[in-house]
Design a protein around this ligand. Structure first.
Ligand SMILES: [Zn+2]
Length: 275
């Protein structure tokens, strides 16, 4: 049988399409990631993880601020990155976004709060809220369904809570859930633990003291040098410390971090269980 030129063309076209389809549909998949850190994955691995149920993501927020003469400026970043991985591990099928290092730290001129100390780098509350919004919209666009924000720094709490409330209202009924994990930041359970161990409220303090110094000692000991506290008690200059960090230890830090991670996991699980 003679094949007409039209049929030949049609057959060639079908063969061409078949080859093209085979080529295009060659699976652009990836094995499941060996890390939970989005920044260490390819987009294909993130896509594959989401398709396999990794639809929850933790966004850790840290800060660059003074932490006394004995502790490095990136205390928050180290602690919150470590905690985020711990929370993701406990929850399962959860990825972790890069740490937000720039957070509200006070006024610039005249400088207030931590801004009085060189090395502190702050942004406005409005800038921080915009950052949270952009990150949330990006993760939603990528396919994540539950987006959990944990902030290690006090000044980040309110602008973060407000932006999350605004976005949750906008996305109501769309199957997207943003969680401001305030249980991560609430320090009452840690304070209670230390007071049971005989510490005073004054020694526990507020900043660069037993809790945060211990936590950094547990996960990044090179970032703390307690010997540099010598003389701070008699100093007339502001030290940046509120409390008594000489009572800090790595063992305490491990215990205190576990309290924080457990509280965050419990809050996220409770919210995920609601509809
Ligand atoms: Zn802070």
């Amino acid at each position: 049988m003679q094949i007409s030129p039209t049929t030949k063309f049609a057959l060639a076209a079908i063969a061409g399409i078949a080859i093209a389809v085979t080529f295009v549909s060659r699976p652009l998949t990836a094995p499941l990631p060996t890390t939970v850190q989005i920044a260490d994955m390819t987009w294909v691995e993130v896509q594959s993880a989401i398709a396999n149920g990794f639809t929850t993501v933790i966004v850790p927020s840290g800060g660059i601020e003074q932490n006394g003469p004995h502790m490095i400026l990136s205390k928050h970043d180290y602690i919150v990155r470590h905690a985020a991985e711990g929370i993701a591990g406990e929850l399962g099928k959860t990825l972790v976004a890069p740490v937000i290092s720039y957070v509200p730290e006070g006024a610039y001129d005249p400088p207030t709060g931590h801004m009085r100390f060189p090395g502190t780098i702050g942004i406005t509350e409005a800038a921080y809220a915009n950052l949270i919004e952009g990150i949330a919209r990006s993760l939603k666009a990528g396919g994540f369904r539950t987006i959990c924000f944990i902030a290690d720094h006090g000044g980040s709490q309110q602008p973060q809570a407000d932006m999350i409330a605004k976005l949750n209202a906008e996305w109501s009924g769309k199957g997207i859930r943003l969680i401001h994990v305030d249980a991560y930041y609430a320090d009452a359970p840690q304070i209670e633990k230390l007071m049971q161990q005989g510490e005073t409220r004054a020694a526990i303090g507020e900043h660069a003291s037993i809790i945060d110094t211990s936590e950094l000692m547990a996960i990044h000991p090179n970032g703390v040098d307690l010997s540099r506290l010598d003389g701070t008690r008699l100093s007339l200059q502001p030290t940046g410390i509120v409390g008594d960090p000489s009572r800090a230890s790595a063992a305490r830090g491990k215990e205190l971090l576990e309290i924080r991670i457990r509280a965050a996991v419990a809050q996220i699980r409770a919210q995920m269980a609601t509809h």
